[in-house]
Design a protein around this ligand. Sequence first.
Ligand code: 5GP
Ligand code: ZN
Length: 140
Amino acid sequence: MWYNNAMKNNCIFCAIAAGEIPSFKIYEDDLVLAYLDINPFSTGHTLVIPKIHSEGLLDTGDETLAAVISRVKKVAAHLRTALPCEGFNILQNNGQAAGQTVKHLHFHIVPRCGMAPLAFDGAPADMEELKALAGRIGMI
Ligand code: 5GP
Ligand code: ZN
């Protein structure tokens, strides 16, 4: 695919965008993909990425960024109604010092419910449970 060079970038999110690595998708179009995080901070924790590779906020073109943030809004609105979700945090890490572990631009959508405190790390999810959750949330 024109937008993808997973091997060249040696990038796990490029590989997900190319379908080389499976993911539980919530939203997809030509430019953007959203899927459940496998180490969720909360139920429904979703990552939104551009299909074209960039490392972070500062090396991403404005057009791509605009496309991604508009999909962040769309996906967050969907999660808000599809889940028990009273609010959500948007998180976007840049650089190792900021906790970025995958060097492909991504926005975290972290649904929040009740008084559960915000956690900045997650344990590996059970893949069957994540699959079932993706089914309950549904593709937009
Ligand atoms: P960062 O710390 O770079 O902002 O966040 C990277 C996120 O990507 C982490 O929350 C981590 O759990 C998630 N992640 C890493 N590898 C994979 C993967 O192969 N699939 C999915 N769905 N999420 C991943
Ligand atoms: Zn990439």
